[in-house]
Write a protein that binds this ligand. Structure first.
Ligand SMILES: [Zn+2]
Length: 130
């Protein structure tokens, strides 16, 4: 589900909560990939034959690459959630996170753009600068 559809379906607060959980799942994936990379490297050092060492080393390199990709995904997801959280305050009544999305778009990397929102408390319409 894309970010805009998820935001409309769940509402901001649940979307924010879900996005934070997703971000931290990426962080855990990064950690697990690093542990696997270190384990493969350790086994690589103990392997007697070159034919056994090369696949282990290649596996360790792929795990490091996967860990880096997971870290980037963690950082991007967390950043997206924090930027939206900063913009989610009604400028008229100061209510946090209680709004309906009227219109918006999403760029190719999944970031939300040009969101117009309507406060559920005071009906003020404003533009979220996410
Ligand atoms: Zn309001």
């Amino acid at each position: 589900m894309d970010a805009l559809a998820a935001l409309r379906k769940r509402g901001f607060r649940r979307w924010y909560e879900h996005t934070l959980i997703e971000a931290h799942a990426w962080l855990i994936s990064c950690f697990l990939a690093m542990v696997l990379a270190l384990a493969l490297f350790e086994v690589h050092n103990d392997a007697p034959a070159l034919g056994q060492r090369i696949p282990l080393l290649v596996g360790a390199v792929f795990c490091v690459k996967g860990a880096w990709a997971a870290y980037r995904r963690y950082f991007q997801t967390l950043q997206r959630a924090e930027i939206m959280a900063e913009a989610a305050v009604c400028p008229q009544c100061g209510t946090y996170g209680r709004f309906r999305i009227l219109a918006g778009s999403e760029n190719e990397s999944g970031d939300l753009n040009h969101l117009s929102a309507c406060c559920l408390k005071c009906q003020k319409k404003w533009q979220l600068d996410a």
